[in-house]
Design a protein around this ligand. Structure first.
Ligand SMILES: NC(=O)c1ccc[n+]([C@@H]2O[C@H](COP(=O)([O-])OP(=O)(O)OC[C@H]3O[C@@H](n4cnc5c(N)ncnc54)[C@H](O)[C@@H]3O)[C@@H](O)[C@H]2O)c1
Length: 407
């Protein structure tokens, strides 16, 4: 194949991070693609993208569209990078895949299980790649934690505990936010709130570390009274959760709890810890960005030592797969938001090498099934298995979303 002709569908916040990744690849001399089209109904967004692209890619100048169908018909790109609101993912991805266009779609892959399954079906029917844009497991500390656990450094994996509790400064007497409510705060357009939106990152990481999840039992709902404005200035209420308390059981027997709230005034909490039969790996923060290993006998490996051990001892083929030499000659120095660059590079290389991406449609489905199972469990009060959610035997929470978008 000559250069991959790439189109962006959705040029908002996260697409900007994808664009950083693509432009950085070009700056590194990896000139295997051209951005040929930009689609977004908001002109200011496509214009901003076009200016940024012009700094790195002189030719071709991407053509700007408001309508993805018109773009597909006129440009016939090889690949699309889809960063639209959740309720549009399946429309945009299916449209692309049916036009023979490989697609990378931001997480959560689809707004419901049904939506994602239709995307997967379209990819299979048209023999095209469907990749989920998931960067967290690609971070150097995350790769380190998974490697350490898989190599028995904490013994047999047994438990995990994660707390992500924010909202410390929310004044209970001033609950009307001077902000316009977006698609994110609406169940029908977002599919769920933060535990769905950012939760899929953490769940994908947990699956990477401990394997597939069997079942969950969760409370998910609203404690707070936060309200927003609509575009006319009327006060409107979000229809998504602000808190979720979940127990998770893995098929391997590992168990754990993940507690999140965005509405807890006072003390904030943010840490994650993984226990095995010999010790633990702890990190402050939502994700294990500073993993410290501590064994029962007081052996401690600080994050830099553990990361150095990973980079020097991991199988060389794996290291090359995680941090390709042509992009990152010194993996230990990889910092910042390189996860997105790696995810878009993996997508481009998958197209060129005619291989699956690291994270395809089924991976996206598996990760999103877990927060959806939290919502289903909260609604029914029952333990919910991931198989039941993936097979659509349990879908009461999702029914109104599927109905609204005729999925
Ligand atoms: N991986 C991450 O860390 C991360 C972070 C933030 C967002 N995201 C994901 O990225 C996706 C987009 O989120 P965002 O924060 O960029 O949202 P956003 O609202 O900033 O951007 C969405 C863009 O889509 C455009 N859009 C709306 N309808 C469209 C249509 N019919 N055709 C083309 N474009 C259309 C909007 O105009 C907007 O520019 C979501 O899936 C979100 O979960 C991922």
């Amino acid at each position: 194949m000559s250069k991959i002709k790439l189109a962006f569908i959705g040029c908002g916040g996260m697409a900007g991070a994808h664009l950083n990744g693509y432009l950085e690849l070009k700056r590194k001399g990896i000139d295997i693609f051209d951005i040929v089209a930009l689609v977004d109904p908001v002109e200011a967004n496509t214009e901003k993208f076009a200016h940024r692209i012009a700094e790195v890619q002189e030719f071709p100048i991407p053509t700007i569209y408001k309508d993805p169908e018109k773009m597909l018909a006129e440009q016939k790109p090889h690949a699309a990078d889809i960063c639209t609101p959740h309720f549009l993912h399946h429309n945009h991805a299916i449209m692309c895949l049916e036009a023979g266009v490989h697609s990378i779609v931001e997480k959560p892959l689809g707004v419901t299980i049904k939506a994602t399954k239709k995307m997967i079906q379209a990819a299979e029917d048209n023999n095209r790649i469907l990749a989920v844009a998931e960067q967290v497991r690609r971070w150097l500390p995350a790769r380190t934690v998974a490697w350490a656990v898989h190599n028995g450094m904490i013994g047999d994996p047994q438990m995990f505990f994660a707390h992500t509790v924010g909202g410390s400064k929310i004044n209970p007497d001033e609950t009307i936010r001077n902000r316009v409510m977006t698609w994110r705060q609406n169940k029908l357009t977002g599919g769920g709130g933060p535990i769905f939106d950012f939760g899929v990152h953490y769940i994908d990481l947990l699956i990477y570390i401990f394997g597939d999840i069997e079942s969950v039992h969760a409370y998910s709902g609203k404690f707070g009274d936060l309200k927003y404005k609509d575009t006319e200035g009327n006060v409107v209420e979000p229809t998504v959760e602000d808190t979720c308390i979940a127990s998770i059981k893995f098929k391997s027997g590992v168990v754990g709890t993940w507690n999140w709230s965005g509405i807890a005034p006072g003390k904030s909490l943010s840490y994650t810890v993984y226990y095995g039969s010999k010790g633990s790996i702890y990190s402050g923060g939502v994700y294990p960005n500073s993993p410290q290993l501590q064994l029962w006998d007081d052996t401690i490996k600080e994050p830099s030592e553990l990361i150095h051990e990973f980079v020097t001892k991991v199988d060389k083929a794996d290291l090359e797969r995680f941090f390709p030499q042509e992009v990152y000659p010194e993996p230990e120095k990889v910092t910042g938001d390189h996860g997105v660059l790696l995810e878009v590079y993996d997508f481009l290389k998958a197209i060129i090498d005619n291989r699956p991406p690291e994270l395809g449609g089924w991976d996206g489905l598996k990760a999103q099934a877990v927060p959806i199972a939290f919502f289903e469990s909260a609604q029914s009060g029952q333990v919910v298995t991931i198989d039941d959610v993936m097979e659509e035997r349990v879908e009461a929470y999702q029914q109104e979303i599927n109905h609204k978008w005729r999925i």
